[in-house]
Write a protein that binds this ligand. Structure first.
Ligand SMILES: N[C@@H](CCC(=O)N[C@@H](CS)C(=O)NCC(=O)O)C(=O)O
Length: 211
């Protein structure tokens, strides 16, 4: 049994999707981020960063969405959501998980939560630079999918795709949404056609970008 601390549509979305793809038993604990629930001392004991997601596995809490995805894939190898050690796709698996989390995720954090850097609003030149970095990322991912798709690791869906579709969704109200790139658009259609996507929308009561 897993417990996922989440907020609808947030960085917990990919982990929630993984639990649904795996079909494993899980309990959901919704956090009211706007109300500051992430700062409550009881929650900070689980996640000292005061963020979602947190996943409790066998009574132990862990954080960081990409790490949680890799952990889930490893605990349920029969689902094939990550290439096994030594397989030809393994290096690309590491590369894209880190790229998505470290580059796209970090830029998004600054885009949506500029207060991380101090001021509540960033100067427009800095905001433009962040947007450009995100768009550069989409161009890299689009080129990769165009040449090697339909999924990020080729023929089979993996946790890389769950992370990618979460970040794509976050671009929906940006000046150039990820779906403006053709291979990413095709990828989004595939991912949003999966039963896990519908189950996610029902469980998190999401409406926008249903597909
Ligand atoms: N690198 C972290 C980022 C998590 C993150 O930024 N979560 C946001 C929601 S998308 C959050 O909890 N924000 C509340 C806050 O920072 O107060 C991950 O991927 O898990």
């Amino acid at each position: 049994m897993y417990t996922l601390y989440y907020s609808p549509g947030s960085a917990s979305l990919a982990v929630h999707l993984a639990l649904l793809e795996l079909g494993v038993a899980h309990r959901l604990e919704k956090l009211d981020l706007a109300g500051g629930a992430q700062h409550a001392p009881e929650y900070r004991r689980l996640n000292p960063r005061g963020q979602v997601p947190t996943l409790v596995v066998d009574g132990q809490a862990y954080f960081e969405s990409a790490a949680l995805l890799m952990l889930l894939a490893e605990r349920h190898p029969e689902a094939g959501l990550a290439p096994p050690p030594g397989s030809p796709q393994r290096p690309a698996y590491f590369q894209w998980m880190v790229f998505l989390s470290n580059s796209m995720g970090a830029m998004y954090r600054l885009w949506f939560m500029p207060a991380d850097l101090g001021p509540a609003e960033l100067p427009s030149a800095v905001r433009d630079a962040i947007r450009q970095k995100i768009e550069e990322g989409w161009a890299i991912l689009d080129a990769h999918l165009g040449a090697n798709g339909p999924y990020m690791l080729g023929a089979k869906v993996s946790v890389v795709d769950l992370l990618a579709i979460m970040y794509m969704r976050w671009s929906r109200n940006m000046p150039k949404p990820a779906t403006e790139w053709p291979a990413l658009q095709r990828f989004a259609s595939l991912m949003r056609g999966r039963p896990s996507w519908k189950a996610l929308y029902a469980a998190e009561e999401l409406t926008e970008w249903a597909g």
